[in-house]
Design a protein around this ligand. Structure first.
Ligand code: FAD
Length: 465
């Protein structure tokens, strides 16, 4: 009898725990479908354009702050219906991370939080009627408007870059890079005789965090995933160059971490060239300032970003290099009720010692700006303008992963590198992912990679034959 009771309690406890876990992973939406007023019908309407780090954090903070209130409606409008978790995008190149886990469903998260979502592209702002106009000619009203359109690559007018180089500004770009490497391996495995050097030479231009991670991911792809499947290609024939115009790669990191990263890249036979400028990119070569040439049909540009050019059509004041001009409260200068954050906004860094500089275009900064703008918008809607907060950027550090077993990290002044840093990188970003599905799948992939050698395929449509 006692055994039966214990068994029953164990089964009941397991079922309860299972139910609690399921509820925690699937929070109920704030509104049931029949409860939620249309966005247009809310008394105070906040429209957020852009569903990236800035826009998403602004929307979720605002819904959190207005939980229990029925007067504030939040609408997010974005070109894509997914949220790109940028720090993990380079991992797609080696297939360490699956694209669908990096492109997280935006609708689910926003609807659960109590906001509305429409996938549309912003075209212009009808300032007079306080409406935004999207590509299909639809318009949406706002009382407060947040612009967070992100950035795009900047090619600085260098001949051939836009035409011949791959870039790294989205999930699909990372997939293109992976497919390019696989494509070259397929081509070379069919070649008889001399293989041109340019086929298996990969040149990453830009030695910031993205470029350095991409170079390392290409190395991982070649040596861990492709080498066993292409026994007729010596992986050591593959040359990977990382070009940087400054005297050091990863310029925003401490010199001790720069050295650790350089040593890692050296051990991976990645050829780092600093104080080196690409002057022209053609179909099969990169011409460097000074006349040297690298023969490569595979160039990846990560050397520059700029604010999204769409901001020029909005009738707002724009600083060409840094984005929409805002004051220290993130209000667009001269346009009450309009705010700008993230990579498309020129936000002055008000920290001591940073006078005259702008807040860097990072996910961290965009997320913090989203929180500040949410609080300031609510204060404005409630007539508490005297409570507006100035935006003060608080950098928490930087994490750069170079392969699955090595990273260089600086977290709140503490610097560390190696395997422990790589584990920290993984845990820190796993926690920060929004989608529980992505968290579970990525963790499962990482665990399985400890036991099973990674395998990649290049999915091609017949139209590409
Ligand atoms: C490969 C890569 C790796 C990175 N890694 C890191 C990192 O590890 N750590 C870090 O701090 N930062 C990192 N960054 C920088 C970081 O991603 C950006 O600073 C951050 O995403 C900026 O947030 P945002 O909201 O301004 O733009 P985004 O996050 O890019 O979001 C822009 C949003 O605007 C939408 N949009 C664009 N145009 C339109 C339009 N016309 N109409 C409607 N919607 C539009 C998009 O769909 C998207 O929802 C990385 C960047 C890249 C490219």
């Amino acid at each position: 009898m006692g055994k039966l009771l214990n068994g029953g309690l164990a089964v009941g406890g397991t079922l309860l725990a299972f139910g609690a876990l399921k509820r925690a992973l699937n929070p109920r939406p704030r509104y049931a479908p029949w409860e939620k007023p249309r966005y247009e019908d809310f008394e105070k309407r906040v429209c957020i354009v852009g569903g990236g780090f800035g826009g998403y954090s602004a929307a979720t903070k605002l819904t959190e702050l207005t939980n229990g209130r029925e007067d504030v409606g939040v609408l997010v409008i974005a070109r894509d219906n997914f949220f790109t978790f940028w720090p993990m995008v380079p991992g797609i190149v080696s297939s360490d991370i699956d694209s669908r886990n990096v492109a997280q469903p935006l609708r689910r998260a926003l609807i659960t939080a109590g906001a509305s979502f429409r996938r549309a592209k912003l075209k212009e702002i009808d300032h007079e009627n306080q409406r935004i106009v999207t590509d299909g000619g639809l318009d949406f009203p706002y009382d407060q408007l947040v612009i967070s359109l992100g950035g795009q690559p900047n090619f600085f007018g260098i001949p051939g870059v836009e035409e011949h180089a791959l870039h790294m500004r989205g999930v699909e770009d990372a997939e293109h890079i992976r497919n390019r490497v696989i494509e070259r391996f397929e081509e070379v495995s069919l070649m008889r005789g001399e293989v041109p050097e340019s086929k298996l030479t990969f040149v990453v231009i830009g030695g910031g965090a993205t470029g350095t991670e991409v170079a390392s991911e290409i190395h991982t792809l070649v040596h861990e995933a492709l080498a066993p499947d292409y026994p007729n290609i010596d992986p050591n024939r593959v040359r990977i160059f990382l070009l940087e115009g400054l005297p050091q790669i990863l310029p925003e990191l401490d010199p001790s971490l720069q050295r650790a990263a350089r040593t890692r890249l050296f051990n991976e036979h990645i050829e780092v060239m600093t104080s080196t400028f690409a002057e022209e990119v053609t179909e099969d070569q990169v011409r460097l300032k000074g006349g040297d040439v690298i023969h490569s049909e595979n160039v990846i540009w990560t050397a520059g970003n700029r604010p999204n050019v769409a901001i020029h059509d909005l009738g707002l004041p724009v600083d060409e290099r840094n984005g929409i001009k805002v004051d220290e409260y993130l209000r667009v200068e001269g346009f009450p009720g309009i705010w700008a954050i993230g990579d498309c906004a020129a936000i002055r860094d008000i920290r001591e010692g940073f006078e005259g500089r702008y807040v860097p275009p990072t996910a961290q900064a965009a997320g913090q700006e989203g929180y500040t703008v949410a609080k300031n918008i609510l204060a404005t809607l409630d007539g508490r303008e005297d409570e507006l907060e100035k935006f003060a950027y608080k950098p928490l550090g930087q994490l750069v992963e170079l392969g699955s077993d090595f990273a260089v990290n600086e977290v709140m002044g503490v610097r560390f590198s190696g395997l422990a840093a790589a584990i920290f990188w993984r845990l820190a970003y796993l926690v920060r992912l929004n989608s529980p599905q992505s968290k579970i799948r990525i963790a499962a992939d990482w665990i399985s990679a400890l036991f099973v050698r990674p395998a990649v395929t290049q999915v091609r449509g017949t139209s590409q034959e």
